[in-house]
Design a protein around this ligand. Sequence first.
Ligand SMILES: Cc1ncc(COP(=O)(O)O)c(C=O)c1O
Length: 389
Amino acid sequence: MNTEQPVNFDPGLVKTPAFVVDEGLLERNLEILADIKRRTGCRILLALKCFAMHSVFPQLHRVLDGTCASSPHEARLGREEFGGEVHTFAAAYSEDDVRDLAATTDHLVFNSFRQFDRFRAPAQAQAESLGRRLRFGLRINPEHSEGAVAIYDPCAPGSRLGIRRRDFREEDLELISGLHWHNLCEQNADCLERTIGAVEHSFGPFLARMDYINFGGGHHITRADYDRELLVRLVNDFQQRWGVQVYLEPGEAVALNCGFLVTTVLDIVQADGDIAIIDASVPAHMPDVLEMPYRPHIIGSGHPGEKRYSCRIGGLSCLAGDVAGAYSFDRPLQIGQRLLFTDMAIYTMVKTTTFNGVQLPAIIRCGAGNGKLRVVRTFAYEDFKTRLS
Ligand SMILES: Cc1ncc(COP(=O)(O)O)c(C=O)c1O
């Protein structure tokens, strides 16, 4: 997001590189999500693939009902550190995955009838041997795209995600508790409205036979221009029309605009114009910037030419494309100056790597309202080494 985030701490006190997550900003998002829950009775899960900083799970669990996981590791993290419900979906499971998930997940969502047929009985038997009960869901593909970037569009042609209507089997549905879809990415409620229309058109006959319907993630509920009134109406109408419980599983909306990547300018070199090298790396610390791609916002910066001094910002790795983008500032950058990238809590933190052996950013919490910094994790040589042999 290109919005200016309030900085409630002194960046000069941060040993860089570091992710700083502001508990007060998280609370602001949680209040919005709590209001949606209050007005609809929907359940909201945290998508761990987006934000998995378990140090703040107790704060999040005061509002959110549980987690949605994409793997046995995420499901275990949700079970052990978050509590509440754990829902798991992966494009396919192995036998080992299912054995592990039987111990941690409450709702196991399958991407095909073949996997459902193969794993339903052994998964339930395994869960029962542990004194647990599993419920099963199916992911459907509404075949309705809302203009998300192709690699983030699960309804793009050829997508392997979700069962299409023509492949949907009507028998055995009594063994299925819920249907799940996910087709949005950073989108508003009008996109959800059209998606619901598409789902009702294709899968309408099955909806009332379910206990719950999960609308997936991608709802940018906590963004300033998000139409929350429409979301409330859509969820209430849907629940009433079909007699089901609605779940939402946002990732971004939970920690949107709550985190910074704090970096330091190490050098400024000439490369057809100034380029400042920071003590972070775009492919290692902000890989989604290259994957999406997008230009992350830096506090106090403008687009090139907008402010007096223009330059590019690059990282310290070997990759020629290790460049965050072109920016402008009121004054020339100085060696040792802090640069704060905004909105770095979502996806960025979970995707970091030690490519080039770069130092992983520390993880720091900023106290709500007091700017007090608490370092919760630092990384060292051992963390790099132990991943590799
Ligand atoms: C199945 C599923 N659920 C939830 C999410 C979370 O989406 P977001 O972080 O955009 O809200 C994703 C993101 O890819 C997803 O694939």
